[in-house]
Design a protein around this ligand. Structure first.
Ligand code: TYD
Length: 134
């Protein structure tokens, strides 16, 4: 599916023992080439403000709560909330995102490609210009 969506991963365990969540080739939406995580983001800060030409991402809030607003080339925006460590947000290529974090949030991103600054669209006008061409 090439629209953003939440994927609920298995949650193995119990309230008494705690939980394990697993992602593996058979349950991940793409082959993972890179993992990064962000943390200590002040809850007053909005991050993101970019889209990617080719990158696909699967994002978890391994701790805390993270809110994404994703805008597609059709100009429509949708809000997704990650508030459980077993919930992943799949983001296809070409979605403009803004991200808000709770003070304790840890964002873990699984990505389909290694880091490349050329893959970023960091100017909103450039993103909107792409939309005009589809
Ligand atoms: P960026 O993706 O712009 O973060 P955010 O959207 O959360 O503000 O990345 C922030 C900085 O980190 C930027 O200078 C690029 C660098 N960076 C890497 O060097 N490698 C990576 O894999 C990532 C994700 C970022």
């Amino acid at each position: 599916m090439s629209v953003p969506h939440l994927i609920e991963f298995s949650k193995i365990g119990s309230p008494a023992l705690g939980y394990i969540t697993v992602g593996e080739n058979s349950t991940l939406p793409f082959a993972v080439q890179r993992v990064y995580w962000t943390y200590y983001t002040p809850d007053s800060v909005i991050r993101g403000h970019h889209a990617h030409h080719d990158l696909e991402q699967l994002i978890f809030a391994t701790s805390g709560r993270i809110e994404f607003v994703l805008e597609g080339l059709d100009g429509k925006s949708e809000t997704f909330v990650l508030d459980s460590p077993n919930l992943g947000l799949y983001i296809p290529r070409l979605y403009w995102r803004t991200i808000k974090f709770s003070h304790n949030a840890v964002l873990m991103c699984l990505a389909s490609k290694e880091y490349s600054e050329e893959d970023y669209i960091r100017e909103y006008d450039e993103f909107k210009a792409l939309a005009a061409n589809v």
